[in-house]
Design a protein around this ligand. Sequence first.
Ligand code: ZN
Length: 176
Amino acid sequence: MNCCAIEPSIKQSSSRVNDSVSEDVSESVTQDCTNCGGQSRPVSRKTMLLMLKPESIEHAMTGAYSFCSARDCAVVYFEEHGSHQFTVDDLRVRVGLKAKRDPIPLCYCFGFNESHIRDEISRTGNSTIPETISRLIREGLCACEARNPSGMCCLGEVNKVAKRLRAISAELVSGG
Ligand SMILES: [Zn+2]
């Protein structure tokens, strides 16, 4: 109902009214991945428990965790201010951001993989999938917190991948 409210959550406009605090303070709150040092985002326990294999659930009941989005890092969730980590092997679902071979999940709510966009672009030169997804999001039909291992809305990533695949396709056309 509220998962993809246009802006990617975490707006603390009213809580910290302090002249000396720069605007992107919310970015600096996130911790670097304890494995790769890359960027991360806090993830809710609910999201984690819905992704982890049952044998990992007991280990995820305490502590605050973040999601690592780095493609080459096997760690998916790591404990902030702690040492515990969960890797791609601890999850029941494939993490699209870390997958290098098909199927590469992009939109977990509606089941679109990278190959869906790739196929559409190779057929028609473009992809309507990002629009389809944003329409469904606007209608409040998504469930990212429960479906996406990052707990975040997929649309940014979907748009990024569509843009990259369109560029590759255009290059192939002009080069051939
Ligand atoms: Zn990492």
